[in-house]
Design a protein around this ligand. Structure first.
Ligand code: SF4
Length: 49
C-alpha cells in the first residue's frame, strides 16, 4: 500500500485493502510507486505502441 500513499495521481487501484491494478488512463508514468516500493513489486516499462 506504500505505492497507493505516494501516487500523486491516485492511479493505484485498491479493493478490500489490496492493490488490484493501475489506472493507466490517469497514471503519468512518474515512477514514484516503483521507487518507493521496498519489495520491488512494481517495474516501470515503456508504453508499447
Ligand atoms: S507511475 Fe506515478 S502516476 Fe503512475 S501509478 Fe506510479 S506513482 Fe502513480
Amino acid at each position: 500500500m506504500i505505492c497507493w500513499i505516494y501516487c500523486p495521481d491516485a492511479s493505484i487501484q485498491v479493493a478490500d485493502g489490496k492493490v488490484t491494478g493501475i489506472d493507466y488512463d490517469h497514471c503519468k508514468g512518474c515512477g514514484i510507486c516503483s521507487k518507493e516500493c521496498k519489495f520491488g513489486a512494481i517495474t516501470m516499462e515503456a508504453e508499447k505502441k
